[in-house]
Design a protein around this ligand. Structure first.
Ligand SMILES: [Zn+2]
Length: 275
């Protein structure tokens, strides 16, 4: 949408659901209906496309709606689908991303991922691969809309390997709106046959959609000659890995000693010349 703008915002969700309910207590070979794990994010994206299309002429950004296949077929509980890993679709997409935009003229502002956004008692976590300034702004936006339960001030902290990670690694500020799906009495249906429509909350879908919608207006809808949002979002500063730190620790003293020796040597030469 809005292909004439050079700044690009990506909205993503996966639409596949798991072929086997590997965490089901009984039906481990049955497919997961995937009402939340897959369909909820896709549903919000489709609704956002309708809503944003009506206001596209007032939005100063190009928007991509990406629906990923093959996110959810890896191994868990020692079961999986032979030969499949997690996130096959998004990894492949980012490998080919240069085919879809003109890197000399266009620029990615951010990527927002929605995953499992439709369960009852929705409560988002602080996902640690996400770009912190971007995820913080989504939380602030949600809280300003009154969704303080869904965007808590003390969220659970965890790192989730999800479809945003290839985009983070490509250098695009990215955020994953996702819940606690591993130990959650409010939504205990992850990768079971119970992940069906009876456990979907219309209100949770609405909270997610309205928050992303408002986030987009804050950053790309000009009101009173100004924008309300935090754009642009910076990449998180990453500490160098431990191998690099070790190398620096070894070489810094060597360089220091060598410099001191060089200074002493030049002083001695001067002294000798003056004598
Ligand atoms: Zn899943």
């Amino acid at each position: 949408m809005n292909e004439n703008f050079t700044n690009i915002l990506i909205l993503g969700a996966h639409y596949d659901s798991r072929a086997r309910a590997t965490k089901d207590s009984v039906n481990q070979n049955s497919p997961v209906p995937g009402a939340n794990d897959g369909a909820s994010g896709s549903a919000v994206l489709i609704e956002l496309a309708k809503v944003l299309y009506n206001r596209r002429q007032n939005l100063s950004v190009q928007i991509w709606f990406l629906f990923f296949d093959a996110e959810d077929q890896g191994v868990d509980n020692s079961h999986g689908i032979l030969g499949w890993n997690w996130r096959e679709g998004s990894i492949k997409f980012v490998q080919d991303i240069e085919n879809f935009y003109n890197s000399s003229e266009e620029h990615f502002d951010a990527m927002l991922l929605l995953d499992m956004v439709g369960g009852a008692n929705l409560k988002f976590i602080s996902e640690q691969h996400s770009t912190s300034s971007l995820l913080n702004e989504l939380f602030e936006t949600g809280r300003e809309l009154g969704y303080t339960y869904q965007f808590p001030s003390d969220p659970i902290i965890n790192s989730i390997t999800d479809d945003h990670l290839p985009f983070v690694n490509y250098g695009i500020p990215s955020a994953d709106l996702i819940i606690n799906f591993w130990d959650n009495p409010d939504w205990p249906y992850h990768h079971t046959t119970e992940d069906n429509l009876s456990h979907i909350s219309n209100y949770s879908l609405e909270v997610t959609g309205k928050t992303v919608e408002q986030f987009i207006y804050n950053n790309y809808l000009e009101t009173n000659n100004q924008f309300q949002g935090d754009f642009p979002w910076n990449d998180d500063f990453n500490l160098p890995d431990s191998d690099l730190l070790t190398l620096i620790m070894i070489f810094l003293p060597i360089i220091g000693i060598a410099s001191v020796l060089l200074i002493i040597r030049s002083r001695l030469i001067k002294l000798k010349n003056s004598v």
